[in-house]
Design a protein around this ligand. Structure first.
Ligand code: SIN
Ligand code: CO
Length: 376
């Protein structure tokens, strides 16, 4: 994974530096880059991708516009896919978790923090196929793999959708740009930009998607997180209870006292940091790790790491905030002298061969036994 230099012009961004891209385009306006990845024709063949859409552990969708828009969720059988009337498109999420080259490609976009990165999706469409004109709530980089796709995009205010359809299709799509992307071309779209990508001949498109949490979701998840962390030992008491006129009435003193009790639920920036660390690294519901069947003991693991280095599993999420570290939904304590090393592992997603200190070995061996990291 390349480390991105502040002032380095990037072919991926059409010669812009990452800083220029952030200042001028990110969340502001689209960017079309011809030849962003010169020579790129894709990460996998059509049949390999359709095989993924048939796997139980892979999230896939199938959208058809033959005889009206329909959507189906995988896994599919190859026979069922062959029978579909054209045009159609199949979409596979989380390619980065299935293919090391896909993770590597997604990490080329690491000028955006991993905390914002969601996944790499791949789509295959027959001639004329697509998911129709729509808008998304997330930023996306659309990278053309095999074949060509015509993209029409617009920044219309009118987001009315056609009612009664199983997928989100804009009622009145008004594109302002019309481009045909060829292999290696890239289109960045900010959230809410309307777009419609139609395959010109059969084609495959890779989308690097981002996440931007809705406030409501953050609030709900934060309250759940907080629930396990409140510790308010005493209880309601009323030694001064006065006779009430209505026994069924909830008395004002009771409401006041409970309001005071609940006001003692407190959190601070550290609580929010720990919440974010676990929220952002929490594996998606269908993600499971594969611990090694015959794990090496700590000594042999350390010797192997010294010879071969280690790498994070493509499904592992390792993030940090200052001296606090989070892996796959859990907060972990990292000894002061190992923090630079674990930050390097988080940024680069791998560590080169090196002799590790005892404390680092104990931590990494634990992660290795969970299937969070591997010996390459
Ligand atoms: C695609 O079909 O590959 C992209 C879907 C989209 O427009 O979001
Ligand atoms: Co879209």
């Amino acid at each position: 994974m390349p480390t991105i230099m502040k002032k380095q012009p990037l072919t991926l961004l059409g010669g812009l530096t990452a800083e220029q891209f952030l200042a001028e385009y990110w969340q502001k306006k689209p960017l079309l880059v011809r030849g962003a990845l010169p020579g790129f024709t894709g990460l996998l063949a059509r049949d390999e991708m359709l095989d993924l859409a048939c796997r139980e552990d892979v999230e896939s969708r199938f959208v058809s516009q033959a005889g009206g828009w329909t959507i189906a969720h995988g896994p599919f059988s190859r026979a069922a896919l062959r029978r579909k009337a054209k045009p159609w498109t199949a979409l596979v999420q989380g390619l980065n978790m299935l293919l090391p080259q896909a993770d590597e490609m997604m990490r080329r976009f690491s000028f955006i923090p991993y905390a914002r990165l969601d996944d790499l999706m791949v789509s295959y469409a027959t001639d004329g196929g697509g998911v129709g004109p729509h808008f998304d709530s997330y930023d996306v980089f659309l990278l053309q793999g095999m074949g060509k796709r015509r993209w029409r995009i617009g920044n219309q205010m009118d987001q009315t959708l056609i009612e009664g359809l199983p997928i989100r299709i804009l009622k009145d799509f008004r594109p302002v740009h019309d481009w045909v992307l060829e292999p290696g071309d890239l289109l960045y779209l900010p959230p809410e930009w309307a777009h419609d990508g139609i395959a010109v001949g059969e084609c495959m498109t890779y989308s690097v998607g981002f996440r931007a949490a809705p406030t409501q979701d953050l609030a709900e998840q934060f309250l759940t997180f907080l629930q396990d962390r409140v510790n308010l030992p005493d209880r309601y008491r009323d030694p001064d209870l006065e006779l009430q006129k209505h026994p069924a009435s909830i008395g004002a003193p009771m409401i006041d006292q409970v309001a005071d009790m609940l006001n003692r639920v407190r959190w601070n920036r550290d609580t929010v940091r720990d919440f974010l660390g676990s929220y952002l690294t929490e594996p998606k519901s269908h993600v499971f790790f594969d611990p090694p069947a015959k794990p090496l003991g700590e000594g042999r693991f350390a010797a192997a790491a010294a010879r071969r280095g280690i790498r994070l599993d493509a499904r592992s999420q390792l993030l940090f905030a200052d001296d606090s570290f989070y892996i796959n939904g859990e907060s972990v304590v990292v000894a002061r002298r190992d923090r630079a090393l674990i930050r390097q592992l988080a940024d680069q997603r791998a560590l080169p061969a090196q002799k590790l200190g005892d404390v680092a070995v104990a931590l990494l061996h634990d992660w290795y036994r969970c299937g969070f990291i591997h010996l390459p």
